[in-house]
Design a protein around this ligand. Structure first.
Ligand code: NOJ
Length: 551
């Protein structure tokens, strides 16, 4: 794959995005829930804007270039903010618009961009628009949501299921019609075929861009349009035959309820709107197979800047599988597009718990040295583990509906700032329990330990920022004929870097064909630098190295 063909590298290409789940970052009001003031208070941790890009020694700040904030809008909280009851305000739990404006300006002072969540597929059932829509069959907002008569036997219009289990339709007793919701019944879905819906939700984007927001992470963006005939989806032959009726969503191929070809016109319109503002970025939550996923860049690069690439998140920790996934993606992304990689988010179990702590250090090196924009999930830079969630402390509606093992609370626990009460997150008991290991794993301790996970992330981020080969160079993987190792080169006119990652718990000796000597810049063990022979390179168990090479 060639280097970016764009002349100028944009902030969302060379930079690193850090996802904050606001409920869990820092509580300043003493209610056990994080807030915007808490994010402002911790901006210097994220990027103090002073990092000397060439300095030696561990940087004092992480140095991320952008924050993505999960929803902070007014919401009854049925799906913790993904059920919005007012798109143009801040929930009082999190603060107010003035605090948000201060957050944007304090972030911008430090060179941090602000990306916010945008949830256009569904609102809360408490949103005044839906309240009006459900009043009767003939009101001005009836057509803003997807209403349909029951079948003659009274059953729902079709067999579509909700992602969270159960049917995707709920009957409104008053008006005797069903409304569509592919998540909770508290999340009715908009009718994007209605021009007024599009106008209202486009105005929302303008509102936030006018306040200085730099980009949007667009929730389930491929779901905006549904088959006008509401046809049933075909059965998925590879679905687990043991799935109960309740899991109807997981048993079908989603041919008629999402990823319709027509959705791309809306994406182009989103892009045309946001392009009216300079340097804005559109990131979208898109889950489809590669050939369909690629379409979300737009045929001419006129849709999303970054369709989120979740492929690595669901792979086993296996060098061959990772290489295959990256090779395929890197080759598939069109020249006008730009890859991106994600290893953790608020819908998944914690990275360190999934693959192991030693492995998570190698994963950090991988994520921050691939060609493409990395998105980090808060706390992964400490190696935070899954929280211990029980039926008593569970909060996530998905867990209540699909079972404790499907609860997403495990990855949403409070940020571990220090060894004090509630990990320095809050003065009172937090909304989710702090994981038990917080006294061994927190920012304060790791700040003081030069070889901690946190300092590894800081070094990686700084080195990525100052090295064109890493933040914009080309990517090429290399055969090394050693099970468990993944090796690739990033090349740029200003120099090349070789990445050699040992995914296994055993030492490996590798030989890089056609390369002579190189200079180790950084090891995930943080204890070696200097010249190495590339025909005879020793990697310790779970070690990754960045090597400066001539190619
Ligand atoms: C995707 C979000 O990441 C998830 O947390 C949410 O529950 C659904 N979309 C519904 O908005």
């Amino acid at each position: 794959m060639t280097q970016s063909t764009q002349n100028e590298i944009q902030w969302w290409q060379s930079g690193v995005v850090y996802q904050i789940y606001p409920r869990s970052f820092k509580d300043t009001t003493g209610n056990g829930i994080g807030d915007l003031e808490g994010i402002i208070a911790r901006l210097d941790y994220l990027n103090d804007g002073k990092a000397d890009r060439k300095a030696e020694g561990p940087p004092s700040s992480l140095g991320v270039e952008a924050l993505w904030l999960s929803p902070f809008f007014p919401s009854p909280g049925a799906d913790f903010g993904y059920d919005v009851s007012n798109y143009v305000d801040v929930d009082s739990i999190f603060g107010d618009l003035a605090t948000f404006d201060r957050l944007v300006s304090e972030a911008h002072k430090r060179g941090i961009k602000i990306i916010i969540d945008y949830v256009p597929n569904h609102s809360s059932d408490q949103h005044p628009w839906f309240q009006e829509s459900r009043l009767n069959k003939h009101n001005a907002k009836r057509n803003w949501y997807i209403w349909h008569d029951p079948k003659p036997d009274g059953s729902p219009p079709n067999k579509w299921g909700s992602v969270f289990g159960g049917p995707a339709w709920t009957l409104d007793e008053e008006t005797r019609q069903y409304y569509l919701h592919q998540f909770l019944k508290e999340q009715p879905e908009f009718n994007w075929r209605e021009a007024e819906v599009k106008k209202a939700l486009f105005d929302v984007l303008r509102f936030w861009m006018d306040r200085g927001v730099d980009g949007f992470r667009m929730d389930v963006i491929g779901m905006l349009l549904k088959d006008p005939e509401l046809r049933d989806n075909p059965h998925n032959p590879s679905a687990d035959p043991g799935l109960p009726d309740f899991n109807a969503y997981e048993r079908v191929i989603h041919q008629y309820n999402e990823d319709l070809d027509e959705v791309h016109q809306i994406l182009r319109d989103f892009r045309a709107l946001t392009d009216q503002y300079p340097d804005r970025c559109l990131i979208g939550e898109v889950w489809y197979e590669l050939p369909r996923w690629i379409m979300y860049y737009g045929k001419n690069g006129d849709e999303l800047h970054l369709p989120f690439n979740f492929r690595l998140m669901d792979l086993p920790w296996d060098a061959r599988a990772f290489r295959k996934s990256v090779d395929e993606l890197d080759a598939a992304v069109p020249d006008f597009g730009w890859p991106n990689y994600v290893l953790g988010n608020h819908d998944r179990r914690r990275l360190a718990s999934r693959i192991g702590l030693a492995q998570a250090r190698v994963a950090a090196m991988l994520l921050l040295t691939l060609r493409g924009t990395p998105t980090l999930y808060y706390g992964d830079e400490l190696g935070m583990n899954n929280g211990e969630i029980t039926l008593e402390n569970m909060q996530d509606p998905q867990g209540f509906r699909l079972g404790l093992d499907r609860s997403r609370d495990t990855g949403r626990t409070p940020m571990q700032w220090n060894s004090g009460t509630y990990a320095g997150f809050s003065a009172v008991e937090p909304w989710l329990p702090v994981p038990q290991d917080f006294q061994e794993r927190n920012v304060e301790l790791q700040d003081a330990d030069p070889s901690s996970m946190l300092n590894l992330y800081r070094q990686l981020l700084r080195y990525r920022r100052m090295t064109p080969a890493l933040n914009q160079g080309s990517y090429r993987s290399i055969d090394v004929d050693r099970e468990g190792c993944y090796v690739y080169v990033r090349e740029h006119a200003q120099g090349a870097r070789l990445l050699a990652l040992n995914f296994v718990d055993e030492p490996r000796n590798i030989s890089i064909p056609a390369m002579d000597r190189g200079r180790v810049i950084l090891s995930t063990h943080m204890d070696r630098v200097g010249s190495v022979l590339l025909s005879d390179l020793d990697l310790r168990p779970n070690e990754g190295v960045i090597i400066e090479v001539n190619v």
